[in-house]
Design a protein around this ligand. Sequence first.
Ligand SMILES: [Fe+2]
Length: 207
Amino acid sequence: MIEKLSFGEPFLETHYLENENAFTIPGCCLLMNLDTEKSVLAENEFSVPPLSAAKLCDAQIDVPGKALLVFGSDTVDLNDLLTLDCLRSAWKSNWELTHLDKHRGVPYYKSPRVTVGGVTMNFCLVADPDCPSGIHREHGKPVKELHMQVVGEGAVDLLRSEHPSTVFASLPLSAGTVHIPEWNAEGIYPWHRYRSVTRSIFLGIEI
Ligand SMILES: [Fe+2]
Protein backbone atom coordinates (compact mmCIF):
# COMPACT_ATOMS: atom_id res chain seq x y z
CA MET A 1 0.00 0.00 0.00
CA ILE A 2 1.30 3.44 -0.92
CA GLU A 3 -0.34 6.62 0.34
CA LYS A 4 0.70 10.13 -0.63
CA LEU A 5 0.59 12.43 2.39
CA SER A 6 0.20 16.19 2.22
CA PHE A 7 1.64 17.38 5.54
CA GLY A 8 4.96 18.56 4.06
CA GLU A 9 3.55 20.28 1.00
CA PRO A 10 4.42 22.36 -0.91
CA PHE A 11 8.02 22.03 0.36
CA LEU A 12 8.47 18.30 0.89
CA GLU A 13 6.66 15.41 -0.80
CA THR A 14 5.95 12.42 1.42
CA HIS A 15 4.73 8.90 0.73
CA TYR A 16 3.77 6.30 3.33
CA LEU A 17 4.45 2.68 2.39
CA GLU A 18 3.13 -0.43 4.13
CA ASN A 19 3.62 -4.05 3.04
CA GLU A 20 4.94 -2.94 -0.33
CA ASN A 21 7.36 -5.05 -2.35
CA ALA A 22 9.56 -4.26 -5.36
CA PHE A 23 8.81 -0.53 -5.28
CA THR A 24 11.30 1.52 -7.31
CA ILE A 25 12.00 4.95 -5.86
CA PRO A 26 11.70 7.63 -8.57
CA GLY A 27 14.85 9.72 -7.94
CA CYS A 28 16.39 10.40 -4.54
CA CYS A 29 14.60 10.49 -1.21
CA LEU A 30 15.10 10.04 2.50
CA LEU A 31 13.66 6.77 3.76
CA MET A 32 12.57 6.45 7.39
CA ASN A 33 11.82 2.88 8.46
CA LEU A 34 8.91 3.43 10.86
CA ASP A 35 8.59 -0.23 11.77
CA THR A 36 9.78 -1.37 15.20
CA GLU A 37 10.52 -4.94 14.06
CA LYS A 38 10.97 -5.32 10.31
CA SER A 39 13.86 -4.08 8.14
CA VAL A 40 13.48 -2.42 4.75
CA LEU A 41 15.54 -4.11 2.05
CA ALA A 42 17.07 -2.01 -0.75
CA GLU A 43 18.24 -3.61 -4.04
CA ASN A 44 17.98 -7.03 -2.31
CA GLU A 45 21.32 -6.20 -0.68
CA PHE A 46 21.17 -3.43 1.89
CA SER A 47 19.05 -3.64 4.99
CA VAL A 48 17.70 -0.51 6.70
CA PRO A 49 16.98 -1.70 10.27
CA PRO A 50 13.81 -0.84 12.24
CA LEU A 51 13.66 2.84 13.30
CA SER A 52 16.61 3.69 11.04
CA ALA A 53 16.93 5.92 8.00
CA ALA A 54 18.90 6.23 4.75
CA LYS A 55 19.13 8.35 1.64
CA LEU A 56 18.24 6.24 -1.39
CA CYS A 57 18.37 7.01 -5.13
CA ASP A 58 16.48 5.05 -7.81
CA ALA A 59 16.60 2.00 -5.54
CA GLN A 60 14.14 -0.86 -5.52
CA ILE A 61 12.88 -1.47 -2.00
CA ASP A 62 10.90 -4.12 -0.13
CA VAL A 63 8.93 -2.72 2.81
CA PRO A 64 7.48 -5.62 4.86
CA GLY A 65 6.46 -3.20 7.65
CA LYS A 66 5.97 0.56 7.32
CA ALA A 67 8.14 3.35 6.03
CA LEU A 68 8.04 7.01 5.03
CA LEU A 69 9.71 8.43 1.92
CA VAL A 70 10.55 12.16 1.92
CA PHE A 71 11.31 13.79 -1.44
CA GLY A 72 12.64 17.29 -2.03
CA SER A 73 14.95 17.77 0.94
CA ASP A 74 17.86 18.59 -1.40
CA THR A 75 15.95 21.46 -2.99
CA VAL A 76 15.01 23.28 0.23
CA ASP A 77 17.69 25.96 0.78
CA LEU A 78 17.28 27.43 4.26
CA ASN A 79 19.88 30.08 3.50
CA ASP A 80 17.49 31.48 0.90
CA LEU A 81 15.48 34.05 2.85
CA LEU A 82 12.49 33.81 0.52
CA THR A 83 12.25 30.06 1.17
CA LEU A 84 12.67 30.65 4.90
CA ASP A 85 9.85 33.22 4.88
CA CYS A 86 7.56 30.89 2.91
CA LEU A 87 8.12 28.13 5.47
CA ARG A 88 7.61 30.50 8.41
CA SER A 89 4.30 31.69 7.03
CA ALA A 90 3.05 28.23 6.02
CA TRP A 91 3.92 26.45 9.29
CA LYS A 92 2.81 27.60 12.75
CA SER A 93 5.31 28.72 15.36
CA ASN A 94 5.27 27.03 18.76
CA TRP A 95 4.00 30.33 20.16
CA GLU A 96 1.04 30.35 17.72
CA LEU A 97 0.30 26.73 18.62
CA THR A 98 0.46 27.01 22.42
CA HIS A 99 0.55 30.68 23.50
CA LEU A 100 2.84 29.52 26.32
CA ASP A 101 5.24 32.23 27.49
CA LYS A 102 8.22 29.87 27.15
CA HIS A 103 7.52 29.63 23.40
CA ARG A 104 7.44 33.38 22.76
CA GLY A 105 10.05 34.28 20.13
CA VAL A 106 11.33 30.67 19.82
CA PRO A 107 12.03 30.00 16.10
CA TYR A 108 10.46 26.52 15.94
CA TYR A 109 7.72 26.18 13.28
CA LYS A 110 5.63 23.04 12.87
CA SER A 111 3.97 21.64 9.75
CA PRO A 112 0.52 20.05 10.10
CA ARG A 113 0.57 16.70 11.92
CA VAL A 114 -0.41 13.42 10.33
CA THR A 115 -1.20 10.04 11.91
CA VAL A 116 -0.82 6.98 9.71
CA GLY A 117 -0.24 3.33 10.62
CA GLY A 118 -0.23 4.28 14.32
CA VAL A 119 2.61 6.78 13.81
CA THR A 120 2.19 10.54 14.29
CA MET A 121 4.56 12.83 12.41
CA ASN A 122 5.19 16.47 11.63
CA PHE A 123 8.04 18.45 10.15
CA CYS A 124 9.64 21.17 12.23
CA LEU A 125 11.66 24.11 10.93
CA VAL A 126 14.24 25.60 13.26
CA ALA A 127 14.82 28.94 11.58
CA ASP A 128 18.01 29.85 13.50
CA PRO A 129 21.28 27.94 13.85
CA ASP A 130 22.46 26.71 17.27
CA CYS A 131 18.99 26.91 18.77
CA PRO A 132 17.97 24.32 21.40
CA SER A 133 14.41 23.24 22.14
CA GLY A 134 13.16 23.13 25.71
CA ILE A 135 14.70 20.45 27.94
CA HIS A 136 12.16 17.78 28.86
CA ARG A 137 11.81 14.11 29.71
CA GLU A 138 8.06 13.59 29.38
CA HIS A 139 5.83 13.87 26.33
CA GLY A 140 2.27 14.22 27.60
CA LYS A 141 1.50 10.63 26.66
CA PRO A 142 3.71 7.53 26.48
CA VAL A 143 5.31 7.61 23.03
CA LYS A 144 8.46 6.48 21.36
CA GLU A 145 9.90 9.75 20.06
CA LEU A 146 12.48 10.08 17.29
CA HIS A 147 13.83 12.92 15.15
CA MET A 148 14.95 12.34 11.57
CA GLN A 149 17.04 15.16 10.14
CA VAL A 150 15.68 16.32 6.75
CA VAL A 151 17.53 19.57 5.93
CA GLY A 152 20.69 20.96 7.55
CA GLU A 153 22.43 19.69 10.66
CA GLY A 154 21.17 19.16 14.18
CA ALA A 155 21.63 17.02 17.29
CA VAL A 156 19.74 15.51 20.17
CA ASP A 157 21.42 16.21 23.52
CA LEU A 158 20.95 14.06 26.63
CA LEU A 159 21.29 15.81 29.99
CA ARG A 160 21.69 14.92 33.65
CA SER A 161 19.15 17.52 34.71
CA GLU A 162 16.94 20.31 33.40
CA HIS A 163 19.96 22.61 33.40
CA PRO A 164 21.59 23.25 29.98
CA SER A 165 25.13 22.87 31.38
CA THR A 166 24.56 19.16 32.22
CA VAL A 167 24.73 17.64 28.72
CA PHE A 168 26.36 14.18 28.94
CA ALA A 169 25.74 12.88 25.40
CA SER A 170 25.06 14.36 21.96
CA LEU A 171 23.63 12.42 19.04
CA PRO A 172 24.60 14.28 15.84
CA LEU A 173 22.09 14.42 12.99
CA SER A 174 22.62 15.15 9.29
CA ALA A 175 20.04 14.87 6.51
CA GLY A 176 18.87 11.26 6.22
CA THR A 177 19.86 10.19 9.73
CA VAL A 178 17.81 9.46 12.81
CA HIS A 179 19.26 9.11 16.31
CA ILE A 180 19.28 5.86 18.25
CA PRO A 181 16.32 5.52 20.64
CA GLU A 182 16.68 7.37 23.95
CA TRP A 183 14.06 5.49 25.95
CA ASN A 184 15.00 2.59 28.25
CA ALA A 185 13.22 -0.77 28.64
CA GLU A 186 10.59 0.88 30.85
CA GLY A 187 9.93 3.60 28.27
CA ILE A 188 11.59 6.23 30.46
CA TYR A 189 13.65 9.03 28.88
CA PRO A 190 16.63 10.96 30.17
CA TRP A 191 16.32 14.76 30.11
CA HIS A 192 16.78 15.66 26.45
CA ARG A 193 16.41 18.36 23.83
CA TYR A 194 16.69 18.80 20.08
CA ARG A 195 19.25 21.41 19.00
CA SER A 196 19.77 22.93 15.56
CA VAL A 197 23.39 23.27 14.41
CA THR A 198 22.58 25.03 11.15
CA ARG A 199 19.08 26.21 10.19
CA SER A 200 17.26 22.92 10.12
CA ILE A 201 14.19 20.89 9.29
CA PHE A 202 13.61 17.64 11.15
CA LEU A 203 10.81 15.11 11.08
CA GLY A 204 9.32 14.54 14.51
CA ILE A 205 8.07 10.96 14.89
CA GLU A 206 5.85 9.58 17.67
CA ILE A 207 5.16 5.85 17.71
FE1 LIG B 1 11.23 14.66 23.57
